[in-house]
Design a protein around this ligand. Sequence first.
Ligand code: HEM
Ligand code: NAG
Ligand code: NAG
Ligand code: NAG
Ligand code: NAG
Ligand code: NAG
Ligand code: NAG
Ligand code: NAG
Ligand code: NAG
Length: 353
Amino acid sequence: MDRITKRFLCLLLIALFLDFPVEIDAAGLKVGFYTKTCPSAESLVQQAVAAAFANNSGVAAGLIRMHFHDCFVRGCDGSVLLDSPNKTAEKDSIPNNPSLHGFEVIDAAKSAIEAKCPKTVSCADILAFAARDSVAITGNITYAVPAGRRDGTVSNATEALLNLPAATFDAAKLISSFKGKNLTEEDLVTLSGAHTLGVSHCTGFLNRIYNFSKTVSVDPSISKPYASLLQNLCPPNVTQFTPTVTALDLISPTVLDNKYYVLLKQSLGLLTSDNALLTDANLSAIVTDYANHQKTWEGRFAKAMVKMGNIEVLTGNQGQIRVNCRVVNKGTGTEQGLESGSGPDQLSGVASS
Ligand code: HEM
Ligand SMILES: *[C@@H]1O[C@H](CO)[C@@H](O)[C@H](O)[C@H]1NC(C)=O
Ligand SMILES: *[C@@H]1O[C@H](CO)[C@@H](O)[C@H](O)[C@H]1NC(C)=O
Ligand SMILES: *[C@@H]1O[C@H](CO)[C@@H](O)[C@H](O)[C@H]1NC(C)=O
Ligand SMILES: *[C@@H]1O[C@H](CO)[C@@H](O)[C@H](O)[C@H]1NC(C)=O
Ligand SMILES: *[C@@H]1O[C@H](CO)[C@@H](O)[C@H](O)[C@H]1NC(C)=O
Ligand SMILES: *[C@@H]1O[C@H](CO)[C@@H](O)[C@H](O)[C@H]1NC(C)=O
Ligand SMILES: *[C@@H]1O[C@H](CO)[C@@H](O)[C@H](O)[C@H]1NC(C)=O
Ligand SMILES: *[C@@H]1O[C@H](CO)[C@@H](O)[C@H](O)[C@H]1NC(C)=O
């Protein structure tokens, strides 16, 4: 072979790699899914997230958590975004109401995208992009999001309650909850690092500071001064609707970093589920690794977010591309789903439990 032929073959190989279904991952998603059909989709989402973040930096945490809560209930199908007339959708369930927030950011991104490329970009993908942009804006951690998710048509509050891990879970229950979504123990520890951002309402940790057990009132594994501080913040009669919140990460609550793991090791984790990562030898070895190696955690966090984003996705002609992220399109099935506009009559069939 002469040099020219070699060069040609080389270029051909590169072209094959760039162009072929190599890009489609195991879940059927693809990075750059909207490159041809809606080239501005990802940048419109990024702009909506940046604008919302400039007004209120807390939305980043809200959007990361929203993607997690979407993916754990019926897969990443945007079902967490649906409104229900009788308040029986996922967003109305105890783990989401009233703590989940940032829905208006998804609405803003969706409106901007519908104006440019109608009925093309799914709400589930918009949420996955928005979570990625929230990670980038708070943590200097970047990753490409495989896309092509389709939107689900069912949102059921009971399913949210049954599928989302509770703050009171011990290590065994957390491992089992993640295993149910094909996520490993390492993924559990890695993704829990999202608690380096944002806040919890009092009911998230009340079990640790009052009536912990029959014999002790305060969880012995929480730092005593920290427990007193939390007791002062939250009287025993609070409810999930009491607006008081406190940071999950005392050191750097607005920066996505590894301080969460450092705090855990000092008995300064906030939730039972956070502290639980220290109670199992396999999990706690990973906690120590991340507390000492920020870069190791960053790389794994990016990969684990992509993995979480692949849970039980709808692809091809499954589901629909919602026109309004809060409302199922009129009609059922796939193609009909694309034909309708939005209106109150579309609320039927949204949600129930
Ligand atoms: C391991 C099991 C998990 C449990 C039991 C859990 C539970 C909780 C609870 C109770 C809160 C407080 C919500 C509130 O009262 O406002 C919270 C907040 C949060 N969670 Fe988790 N979580 C878990 C895993 C995750 C994962 C995997 C992610 C994302 C990758 C995540 C992201 C967040 C974020 C960013 C916040 C702060 C939300 C805000 O500031 O609005 N969590 N979590
Ligand atoms: C700005 O953030 C506040 C909460 O901090 C919220 O109530 C308001 O709607 C936001 N405004 C815009 C334009 O996003
Ligand atoms: C952001 O991440 C890149 C790549 O890991 C690194 O080179 C850079 O120093 C980081 N920037 C900041 C401000 O941390
Ligand atoms: C987990 O993986 C198994 C085997 O590939 C698959 O059948 C199952 O649907 C997956 N579950 C989830 C929640 O992704
Ligand atoms: C703690 O237990 C006492 C006695 O059973 C009860 O009166 C009180 O309401 C409980 N407090 C909380 C916060 O659960
Ligand atoms: C809770 O108890 C405090 C006193 O500790 C009281 O001032 C407050 O009104 C009570 N709140 C509710 C919602 O009952
Ligand atoms: C740690 O992980 C190994 C391999 O997955 C497993 O066999 C072992 O039971 C685990 N140990 C604990 C304490 O969970
Ligand atoms: C809630 O509304 C849905 C339709 O939107 C309906 O299917 C369901 O039966 C209703 N549930 C209750 C409890 O009324
Ligand atoms: C909602 O989910 C629960 C739990 O799986 C189920 O029992 C209930 O029938 C569902 N509601 C509807 C209307 O499908």
